[in-house]
Design a binder for this molecule. Sequence first.
Ligand code: MN
Length: 339
Amino acid sequence: MDYAATLLAKLPGAPKRDHGMRRLIETLETYLPQDQVESIIRAYEFGAKAHEGQTRKTGEPYISHPVAVAQELADMRLDPQAITAAILHDTVEDTTASLDDIEEDFGSEVAGLVDGVSKLDQIQFRSRAEAQAESFRKMMLAMIEDIRVILVKLADRLHNMQTLEAMPPDKRARIARETIDIYAPIANRLGINRFKVELEDLGFKNLHPFRYRVLDKALRRSKGSQRQIVKRISEEFGAALGEEGVKADIVGREKHLFSIYKKMSEKKRLLSDVVDVYGFRIVVDDVNDCYKVLGIVHGLYKPMPGRFKDYIAIPRINGYQSLHTTLFGPKGLPLEVQI
Ligand code: MN
């Protein structure tokens, strides 16, 4: 695209220091028409000018942060207004640009989103007890009239967590705690698993760096053999479903570090007890097939009593629906299956 190419060529030290714009434009071009991509590039120019001279704690030019936030949302194929708001999300608070300027250049919808994000930033969490976290999450969700505001905020927090190591240790711990107590549960509540997992793992890493390293190392060691077993059982499931004529995608599920840590500390389990659990996700086309698959896997391996949960009949609070069961696998290894 000409406009993008001209713009990127103008950047200092191009193409190396494009603040992430090259990648963002490439992503946007996969799902947005050219005029909308161009409008987002204009937002980048606006933001870069507003943040000129500001740097992140990492030493990078400030504008690289809002571009990274926009990239997260572009990966989720959010609409151009949300992407534009992501690029401009810190301008009202941290620069001389005003909401009126944004409204004039990018319209009232974008201005409304930027305003929503700025207002969220004004809630101060400080160190909150777990019990209070719940009421803060509720307050945050209640404040939001537009879901895109919280998506920008979550992506903002994610990038701040990815670059948290540049912060002093006491600040890191506070922000990490807040991320685990408030932001990760909101991501979970909205059903955005990728955000939840990454926010939790980054929170854990910054809150308990030593425990994180030990656990990470131990897990890496066991991963090779784990993958083998998961692969073998996936193939076994696949064959059995094929015989019954059920079309399904089967994926082995890897547990993330924080969920393992939580199980170990809350239920006082040993690492080996938590790690030697294999997770599978079986995705089928319709509800009937879910129950059919359940019957088939229960025929392959004995189910563990009391572990079957029908979240199709009774969905979780965030709307999640599936069947969960745990099987006694080969050598009695527990297999957790989500259908
Ligand atoms: Mn920000």
